[in-house]
Design a protein. Structure first.
Length: 369
């Protein structure tokens, strides 16, 4: 039970960065609307004091009210100006401006309502109640900050005008404060829950995408993903497709079993990734057949990497026993654009067939002119 209560108040750390960004975006729109409403209302209130009251600014009471209206008008203007200036700056600065503005608006309503009650205990507290409920509905904030703001406003009003509030208004005020806090907390929790679910869905999609593209045994690209990689790679002079086929793999499977064969495939994929770190794509495209797409500047560097891989494969052992594994390569280089994957693969496969005829651990190179 207590854990559920804690979950209601605490936003998960994984969700918090996204929560802050979405809250910032949503609050920006809400504060824009609130500030526009404040401009209209406070201009009207200031005009009412200056031009439509009998005494204008001649009385202390009117000057105090005019000061209230002017301060809220200026605060809304500052909020808009700073929001525009710091919009593309640090997130923390933008957040500070937003929540400071919200806190000021809330405390402003506390002060003006407290002044009304001090002047007339029968005065309405609807202005404060409207502000509290409006902020709880339209401003998204973390649970702890919401508790701080609502508690601060309620305590300050009690300190400033608690003795002037009637028992009925006190009950109404307390119930409204509780409801407003509950709405704010529910709003925050609901939004955090949605973000958490979206993250889970995104992670599931990423996992499915990975499973659709990767070979489950070796972690390399599967055949379809490797073909797509070749087709999407920009063709240039020196673009090269390598097909590597393991020598003696059937004999290894027959003598030591399929677990040993699986181990060899995994080790070869590791060695291949290490030998061709700059490859545009490496995939397992058959049982014991691998494909590599690389951009070759010097053929000597390519042959050196192949010899390094052949040497590493020949040293693979199974429980201390040498397996005498080997690897033959069919290589096709592109010397013209517009070559399809099927053409490239067919030429590399012919080169691989020639390498196999020449013996084990051999390579053969063909070019598409």
């Amino acid at each position: 039970m207590w854990e559920k209560v804690q979950d209601f108040f605490v936003i998960p750390p994984k969700v918090m960065p996204e929560f802050r960004k979405t809250a910032l975006s949503r609050n920006r729109v809400s504060l824009l609307v609130i500030c526009i409403m404040i401009f209209g209302m406070e201009l009207f209130n200031m005009a009412r004091v200056l031009f439509w009251s009998n005494s204008g600014l001649g009385t202390l009471n009117n000057r105090i009210y005019f000061g209230f209206y002017l301060s809220l008008f200026l605060a809304a203007a500052i909020c808009l100006i700073l929001g525009c200036v710091f919009r593309m700056q640090r997130l923390a600065v933008d957040q500070f401006i937003q929540y400071s503005s919200v806190l000021f608006f809330l405390l402003w309503h506390v002060c003006i309502n407290a002044y009304d009650l001090n002047r007339d205990p029968e005065a309405e507290i609807g202005l404060y109640l409207t502000a509290v409920l409006g902020i709880s509905v339209f401003i998204l904030m973390p649970a702890k900050l919401a508790c701080f703001m609502h508690a601060s406003a309620y305590i300050l009003l009690m300190l400033l005008a608690g003795s002037d509030i009637s028992s009925g208004d006190l009950v109404n005020l307390t119930c409204t404060a509780i409801v407003a806090l509950a709405v704010s907390l529910t709003n925050s929790h609901h939004h955090a829950t949605i973000l958490s679910q979206q993250q889970k869905i995104h992670q599931m999609n990423e996992d499915l995408r990975y499973m659709a593209q990767q070979d489950s045994m070796t972690g390399l690209l599967n055949k379809r993903a490797f073909q797509h990689c070749v087709e999407m790679h920009p063709q240039a002079r020196g673009t090269t497709l390598l097909i590597a086929d393991l020598d003696n793999f059937k004999r290894i499977n027959d003598r030591y079993g399929h677990p040993c064969g699986d181990y060899v495939l995994k080790e070869v994929s590791i060695q291949m990734t290490g030998a061709f770190r700059d490859a545009a794509g490496i995939g397992r495209i058959g049982g014991d057949e691998f494909g590599l797409l690389i951009d070759v500047e010097e053929e000597t560097c390519l042959e050196s990497s192949i010899q390094q891989l052949i040497c590493a494969v020949s040293k693979i052992t199974w429980h201390g026993l040498p397996l005498e594994a080997g690897c033959s390569f069919g290589i096709c280089r592109i010397n013209r654009p517009g070559v399809t994957y099927e053409q490239l693969y067919a030429e590399a496969d012919r080169a691989l067939y020639q390498a196999k005829r020449n013996g084990k651990n051999q390579l053969s190179i063909r070019c598409l002119e």
